[in-house]
Design a protein around this ligand. Structure first.
Ligand SMILES: Nc1ncnc2c1ncn2[C@@H]1O[C@H](COP(=O)(O)OP(=O)(O)OP(=O)(O)O)[C@@H](O)[C@H]1O
Ligand SMILES: [Mg+2]
Length: 455
């Protein structure tokens, strides 16, 4: 027989507590607490999936204590199923508790078989949720390469590419629109290589003023230019035995293109204002969101340097071409930012996911990241609805749904429209759409559409 599951019962009335223990101990491993402090201790140690919580803990205390305890349980473990037990005149408290995240409430007097059924259902839901969390974790693990999340064939190609170049020392050119993860890929190559314990040095060629770039790269000798008060090592020297990543290589001015070419050919350079030659063993990875070939053809980028850099290259696909990966990445980011901000886990509503899927993402993953960061903080509830995403309605959103998703969306819209037209009268709405009342109900259930009351 499998081990009994743990159930925590919080109840200040000793008699009731005994009665409850008697009713449940045959089926569960029961832990009893008659005050909040003990309740939290037991909750943290025994990690029960389900808690029975008497909301008005002592006759003179207010509901607040019980509600605070509920919040505490959920902040420690948000997927705990907390069943509130209330007196018959505590409707308002029960509603508050449900809003705060209680699973269900039970009104005294206690009839053990009834309450047992409720507890059993709560365990059932908890188990389903745990399984689904474990599933999505496993799915994420299968679809990631370090911090790079994705499962579409295009990104799997990128993972293979990283594997195959990481073990070599060849120069790598990474192409792709802004925010597609070029730096992340460069870092992954470094981390998979034998250089992983050595420095990974990033140079953003567009962020450093042209007159300072050379000294940034190669260092300078004391007094070599106004402001060069002391000798300084450049990024090349700092990257000894490691990897140098040039971001926005397309922005590098012609004079430095020559110097970089020389380094690539001879692995040698001089500091600004110096004559001594330095040798550095560093692997070069470069990236750009420009069309480097075109820049070369237009004469903005040296041909010899272009061919030196373009030994092996990869183009990262824009987010809008990665299919359902956008949802996978969005969910990953929601978890990540909840954890970073130390707030209980949130999740995206189905509608929010659809909006994310439909959007065109001109700023790619960086844009998605910013949006999720904001939504996680702004969203008042544990579920992130579309309004928290703050999509600018005027932006172009291209339909990139699968046929199945598109059909589902239309079906849902038809249901909502029919309900509205018929002022919520189910049989009329069903007739409107040419389906039976039963089918209509099934569809409402499928789409999670709630109706006020049966009409
Ligand atoms: N597949 C992915 N999964 C998860 N996070 C990602 C993925 N791709 C990119 N990111 C994240 O998106 C952000 C942008 O990525 P990165 O800086 O590597 O892009 P980039 O192509 O270098 O952008 P830019 O052209 O603006 O320099 C980073 O915070 C990165 O961690
Ligand atoms: Mg970048």
């Amino acid at each position: 027989m499998s081990r009994k599951a743990s159930l925590l019962i919080v109840e200040d009335d000793r008699e009731t507590l005994k009665q409850l223990e008697w009713a449940f101990s045959k089926f569960y491993k029961v832990f009893k607490a008659d005050n909040p402090k003990r309740a939290i201790e037991l909750f943290e140690v025994e990690k029960p999936k389900v808690v029975l919580l008497d909301i008005s803990l002592s006759a003179d205390s207010e509901e607040k204590e019980g509600l605070a305890l509920l919040e505490k349980f959920l902040s420690i473990n948000p997927i705990t199923k907390v069943i509130i037990v209330t007196g018959h005149d505590e409707d308002k408290t029960a509603i508050k508790a449900i809003r705060l995240g209680a699973t269900d409430y039970y009104v005294k007097p206690i009839k053990p078989p009834e309450l047992r059924a409720m507890v059993e259902r709560a365990f059932h839901i908890a188990n389903i949720e745990l399984k689904s969390i474990a599933n999505s974790r496993r799915k994420l693990e299968e679809n990631r390469y370090g911090d790079i999340i994705g499962s579409c064939p295009e990104i799997k190609k990128v993972f293979n590419f990283i594997d195959s170049v990481a073990k070599t020392d060849t120069t790598v050119l990474i192409l792709g629109e802004s925010g597609t993860g070029k730096e992340l890929v460069a870092k992954a190559i470094h981390e998979q290589s034998h250089r992983k314990d050595k420095p990974f040095v990033v140079i953003n060629c567009s962020a450093i003023p042209e007159n300072l770039l050379e000294s940034e790269l190669f260092g300078h000798e004391k007094g070599s230019f106004t402001g060069a008060y002391s000798q300084k090592k450049g990024k090349f020297e700092l990257a000894e035995d490691g990897t140098i990543f040039f971001d926005e290589i397309g922005e590098i001015p012609p004079i430095l293109q020559v110097k970089l070419l020389r380094f690539l050919q001879e692995k040698e350079f001089e500091r600004v204002g110096g004559t001594k030659k330095y040798k550095v063993n560093a692997r070069i990875i470069v990236a750009t969101n420009r069309d480097l070939k075109k820049e070369m053809e237009m004469g903005n980028f040296r041909e010899d340097l272009y061919y030196r850099l373009n030994v092996v290259s990869i183009t990262l696909p824009p987010l809008r071409e990665r299919g359902r990966d956008v949802i996978l990445i969005a969910r990953y980011l929601v978890d990540k930012y909840c954890e970073e901000n130390k707030i209980p886990p949130k999740s995206l509503s189905r509608e929010a996911e659809l909006e994310i899927r439909k959007y065109n993402w001109p700023g790619n993953i960086r844009e998605l990241e910013n949006l999720i960061k904001r939504a996680v903080i702004m969203s008042p509830s544990n579920v992130i609805f579309p309004d928290a995403l703050g999509f600018d309605q005027s932006t172009d959103s291209r339909e990139i749904l699968t046929l199945k998703e598109a059909k589902e969306e239309i079906e849902r819209k038809y249901l909502l429209d029919a309900l509205q037209r018929n002022k919520g009268f189910i049989s009329r709405a069903a007739k409107d759409l040419g389906v039976s009342r039963g089918t209509f109900y099934d569809l409402l259930k499928k789409h999670n559409i709630e109706i006020d009351e049966e009409k």
